[in-house]
Design a protein around this ligand. Structure first.
Ligand code: SDX
Length: 428
């Protein structure tokens, strides 16, 4: 017998069904609430509200569990390639040898962007933040592929648009960086895998042979996997709601990139490094900065700490922290910011303020230290997050379109002036 939720309003008892997911999560289905009672619910920031059902990613914030299509993140980060995980998220299963080879070669075929797009880059100032460039460039892709404007044109057309976006995002990202340095753009090389190709386009110069430590390529592969999806976070919810109006994939992902840019979301990885550099420059007095983070009168927050849903360790942060030690040791990098980050974490985790609020390091706390060791410039950190999150955004958009979900349209409670008559300006 399935559970029923009862709400008593104005002396009447209303009953609503309870649904249960495959991981025993429960929700009160209020699809009929307003029609039955005239009431809506209010949940600013959707902290208690499920926007959809999804078979892509499961996370348990209390237990610190994260699984993509049922595979624990720890296993995928250790054993899989990013392109394999992209296929898993988007198409639902790990690919066979043939499926992976086809997927990989199809992506390789689409890594070039239309030559006309180069002029767009040249119009940006060198100081342009790459997230602003990337969001615009991704939306501009829709102007070169008008057949993508109808997201439901055909499954083949949808797959082609997905391939084009997966293939071109690293090219657009690397060219945004090259444009900021005013260095020559490097074209993708078909013989390189996804991560190595991105590093080539970022750091190669036409005047010299490109060499990259396999440790760096492996680190990037792991970081991209760890960022690949995270169920209904701010940017993914943005992608879904933009896509729910039947806007095309490029426009939906462009909106997701903009949402990710915020310092409370994906922009936090850049903020963490800038915070650690500030603490380092200030003499490394960690206790002083932890006090500032606790002070309600001080706007300073411990960036990379806390999470909307993880009220335990973010499992990705654990993996990244270990990878940080391994990679910096292998690369022979001795970054004083790592020592400050570890001290900050230790002090915060022992502090009652953070413990009482279940504030732990999140995915952004250590990732910036690795990106810095890989030679990625700070302003490109959130771009790295976007490249990693792209398969998840695509998978969630695809699931939403295939489930034919209705256009997203939340309700509100009006609190403004009830009625006024127009007064001509001379009489105001
Ligand atoms: C990501 O949702 C996802 O899945 C996101 C993400 C993904 O993969 O897509 O995991 C990626 O965005 C990770 C989060 C990156 N952001 C940061 O590191 C920015 C710093 N953290 C915060 O601003 C904050 O923790 C949030 C935004 C992440 C979560 O905010 P919540 O859940 O809305 O919590 P809150 O702001 O209501 O804070 C609850 C309390 C408050 O204190 P009180 O009012 O109860 O006294 O905790 C305090 C906050 O002041 N608090 C912090 C803090 N984070 C929360 N105090 C100091 N430093 C912090 N970092």
């Amino acid at each position: 017998m399935s559970e029923i939720a009862k709400i008593e309003l104005g002396g009447t008892t209303y009953e609503f069904p309870v649904i249960e997911g495959t991981e025993n999560e429960k929700a009160i289905d209020i699809s009929n609430l307003r029609a039955a009672t005239g009431y809506v619910t209010l949940d600013t920031g959707y902290k208690n509200t499920g926007a959809t059902t999804s078979a892509i990613t499961f996370l348990d914030g209390e237990e610190g569990i994260l699984k993509y299509r049922g595979y624990p993140i720890e296993e995928l980060a250790e054993k899989a390639t990013f392109i394999e995980v992209a296929y898993l998220l988007i198409y639902g299963n790990l690919p066979t040898v043939t499926e992976l080879e086809t997927f990989r070669s199809n992506i390789t075929k689409h890594t070039l962007v239309h030559e006309d797009m180069k002029q767009f880059f040249e119009a940006y100032p060198a100081k342009a933040h790459p997230m602003g460039v990337l969001s615009s460039m991704v939306c501009s892709l829709s102007t070169f592929y008008p057949e993508s404007l109808d997201p439901n044109r055909s499954p083949e057309a949808k797959d082609l648009t997905i391939l084009r976006l997966l293939a071109k995002l690293p090219t657009l990202a690397a060219w945004a960086y090259k444009n900021s340095t005013r260095h020559p753009f490097m074209y993708p090389k078909n013989e390189f895998d996804y991560c190595k190709n991105f590093l080539y386009m970022m750091f190669a110069m036409p005047t010299e042979e490109f060499k990259v430590d396999p440790v760096v390529v492996d680190a990037l592969n792991k970081l991209f996997i760890l960022h690949a999806d995270h169920e209904q976070n701010c940017s993914t919810s943005t992608v879904r709601i933009v896509g729910s109006s039947q806007a095309n994939l490029y426009a939906s992902i462009s909106a997701g990139i903009s949402a990710l840019w915020g310092p409370l979301h994906g922009g936090a990885n850049q903020e963490v490094i800038e915070m650690l550099e500030k603490i380092h420059a200030d003499g490394g007095d960690v206790d002083k900065w932890v006090l500032k983070a606790k002070d309600k009168e001080d706007s300073f927050r411990l960036m990379g700490f806390g999470h909307r849903v993880y009220k335990n360790f973010d499992p990705r942060a654990k993996i990244i922290k270990k990878a940080c030690d391994d990679i910096l040791t292998k690369l022979g990098v001795n970054d004083p910011l790592l020592a400050i980050a570890k001290k900050l974490e230790q002090v915060a985790l022992e502090d009652e303020y953070f413990k009482a609020r279940n504030l732990y390091p999140n995915v952004d706390f250590y990732s910036g230290i690795i990106y810095k060791a890989l030679g990625i410039p700070t302003e490109m950190f959130t771009v790295m997050f976007a490249i990693g999150r792209l398969p998840g955004w695509i998978a969630q958009w695809k699931e939403m379109t295939e489930n034919k979900e209705p256009i997203g349209r939340p309700r509100q409670i009006y609190t403004g002036v009830v009625l006024r008559q127009y007064v001509p300006i001379e009489k105001r």
